[in-house]
Design a protein around this ligand. Structure first.
Ligand code: SAM
Length: 638
């Protein structure tokens, strides 16, 4: 049965019949689990038959274990696997990765109701519910249990999931309703894709023993056998990829020993923390004396993306980044993260028209965004606003400098400040990072996160399509401004007051390379505010005299296509420069893009399933940033 969602990115949720106590799916006419002993059945079919407890307990330190599943449903299998992991895996930085595809996600309420039936899983269910994404299509990465468990949840058809996702499973849970009721889950296309996502010796288990499924799995390369089913069911199937006697590959511990991150802004700090939490040792290098001083050093920054009218790869990346960062920053709530909500004002007629077309073309869940009138916007902001706009209830603002410093405060992060990197040189499989007179830092991998200074550090000849754009923010004493209760953005932004100040800006100075504060830029910011929120600034008060105001100048690093860059450094011929990665080009959306892209880079660097689908990994790839096609001699390392 082919289902098309009328308007993206919303995805049709499951229609649940609760009349018998246990959730039953109306669309497929089947139950998700049996109400009395569903948990026992999961343990028998999926956990025991894949021998997960034994395999978890034998894992080398810091090794990941990957389970892939067809049909996330209520998440019961996931939570049971998580509980088994908690009870058996050695607590040495290993990570359980669970990858699951779900065509019709349960709503948050239905999920909560279903999981209430398993009190012993409550501690796990609560964490899942706290992060469970709004029903939007695409990939959602949830980082749970402080990073010991990662869930990659693909909301969409299973065949698309296996096409888009990049992972290698150690074990499979083939769930997905009875084949007679839901043949779409058991097609050759779906089953034939399994070996390509499996390690040699991968195991699988499924509750069904249907002959056609068994034959397809054998054709795909699995050695299959029948096992006793649970309860009244006679049989179930288990399988091993390849010869049944071939032992499964023990998951490897990470072979990257040392990583240097150049640049301690939001991108570098998030990446360093992410890697350190995965058990890797990281050296963070910056020419400044502490983290978060350059473009990331503003006292306030809005969590904000501008979603395009077409739900294309650009919009998908923006949305995934926004949703991931909203989940990620929760841990800093009240300290560096202030989830006040954010209004994206329709600040001009053309922006109003754009927003109207955006709303007509797309369908976003109200938990993600809603269109609101000027009256609603004024009520939310607590100040008069003359225009409506788009309301992002879960967005807000951050204190980026403090956030960066908190992020790199970790026992596995070595801080190397006051180190002005001059040159990266490859030598015997390592990278030597030379600075101003100090001893070289020598590492296996380097990630250049140096914002607009990145092109100067790339160890390849030729030009790159990066551009530095000056932005000055203005610090305004809160007593001279009607400060909103939520972030208001449009042609610029105005933040809620914090410590007696508020921040407005930022200018967008394409042709001004000056790093010093300018009165002219303060005037531009005040004019922007007058136009965006008329009457917000008390111009008669002496508190907002441009000649006396403080502020900060930063340089955004943007690319020719205004999309970020994250991944292994490719030369102009598409060949990787082994061991060097880039993470930059975040423009003015670094706070939104960086958490997800740090997660993506950390996935790559630690050899774990990646959180971006193939299409988005391509969107952020580094190779697109070369200025011109170069001759072979020109690309040799500098
Ligand atoms: N593993 C689940 C759990 O622990 O609760 C139960 C899975 S339930 C038996 C099967 C799930 O497969 C349903 O949630 C259903 O919506 C999903 N499904 C059915 N067809 C699908 C498809 N073509 N692609 C992805 N998911 C699908």
């Amino acid at each position: 049965m082919i289902v098309t969602d009328p308007r993206l990115p919303s995805i049709e949720t499951a229609d649940i019949d609760w009349s018998n106590g246990a959730p039953r799916c109306r669309r497929f006419g089947d139950v998700y689990f049996c109400s009395e002993n569903g948990l026992e059945e999961t343990r028998h079919v999926f956990i025991s038959q894949n021998r997960l407890r034994e395999r978890f307990s034998l894992l080398p330190a810091a090794a990941p274990f990957v389970i892939a599943e067809t049909g996330f449903g209520t998440g019961l299998n996931f939570l049971a696997a998580w509980q088994a992991w908690d009870e058996t895996a050695t607590p040495r930085n290993g990570c359980l990765h669970f990858v699951s595809a779900e065509r019709h996600p349960l709503t948050h309420d239905d999920l909560a109701r279903a999981l209430m039936m398993w009190p012993e899983l409550k501690a796990y269910a609560d964490q899942l519910l706290e992060q469970y994404p709004a029903p939007t299509s695409g990939v959602h990465r949830l980082v749970l249990a402080g990073g010991r468990v990662r869930l990659t949840l693909f909301f969409g058809d299973v065949a698309d999931a296996w096409r888009e996702l990049d992972f290698q499973a150690d074990a499979w849970f083939l769930d997905g309703f009875a084949p007679a009721k839901n043949p779409g889950m058991w097609t050759s296309e779906v089953i034939d894709a399994i070996p390509g996502h499996s390690k040699p010796g991968t195991t699988l288990a499924t509750f069904t023993s249907v002959g056609e499924v068994r034959r397809r799995l054998i054709a795909a390369g699995f050695t299959m056998r029948k096992a006793p089913g649970f309860g009244p069911k006679w049989d179930m199937l288990t399988g091993t990829l390849g010869d049944a006697t071939s032992p499964e590959t023990p998951p490897a511990a990470n072979d990257v020993e040392s990583i240097a991150i150049i640049g301690a802004g939001v991108a570098g700090s998030l990446l360093a923390r992410n890697l350190a939490e995965r058990g890797l040792h990281v050296t963070v290098i910056d020419q400044a004396q502490e983290a978060g001083t350059a473009a990331s050093g503003n006292i306030q920054g809005a969590l904000y993306v501008k979603l395009g009218i077409e739900f294309n790869d650009q919009a998908k990346l923006g949305l995934s980044s926004l949703l991931f960062s909203q989940r990620y920053y929760q841990q800093f709530g009240g300290e560096h993260w202030h989830p006040s909500g954010l209004v994206q004002l329709a600040h001009s007629d053309s922006e109003q028209d754009r927003q109207n077309r955006f709303i007509a073309r797309n369908d976003y869940p109200s938990a993600v965004l809603q269109q609101i009138s000027a009256e609603q916007a004024s009520e939310l902001a607590g100040i008069p606003l003359t225009r409506g706009g788009l309301w992002f209830p879960r967005s807000g603002w951050l204190e980026p400098g403090g956030l960066c410093r908190a992020l790199i405060d970790h026992e596995r992060i070595f801080q190397c400040f006051g180190f002005d990197v001059h040159r990266l040189t490859p030598c015997n499989g390592k990278w030597h990072i030379a600075g101003n007179g100090e001893q070289d830092v020598v590492v296996d991998r380097v990630v250049i996160c140096a914002g607009h200074q990145t092109p100067d550090l790339i160890p390849l000849k030729g030009g790159f399509r990066f551009r530095a754009i000056r932005g000055q923010v203005t610090h305004l004493p809160a007593k001279g401004v009607k400060c909103p209760d939520v972030v208001v953005c449009g042609s610029g932004y105005l933040n809620p007051a914090h410590g007696g100040m508020t921040l407005a800006g930022a200018t967008f100075d394409l042709h001004d390379p000056s790093p010093t504060l300018s009165i002219e830029s303060h005037r531009d910011n005040l004019s922007m505010l007058d136009a965006m929120v008329p009457g917000a600034v008390d111009r008669d008060s002496g508190d907002v005299d441009p000649a006396k105001l403080d502020g900060k100048v930063g340089f955004r690093c943007t690319t020719h296509d205004y999309q970020p860059v994250a991944g292994p450094l490719m030369d102009a011929y598409g060949q990787p420069l082994e061991g060097v990665n880039l993470f930059t080009g975040l423009g003015s959306k670094g706070l939104s893009y960086a958490p997800l892209l740090a997660e993506y880079l950390a996935d790559l660097l630690s050899g774990q399933p990646v959180c971006l689908p193939g299409s988005l990994a391509k969107r952020v790839a580094t190779g697109r940033c070369h200025r011109v096609e170069l001759t072979e001699q020109e690309t040799i390392s500098a």
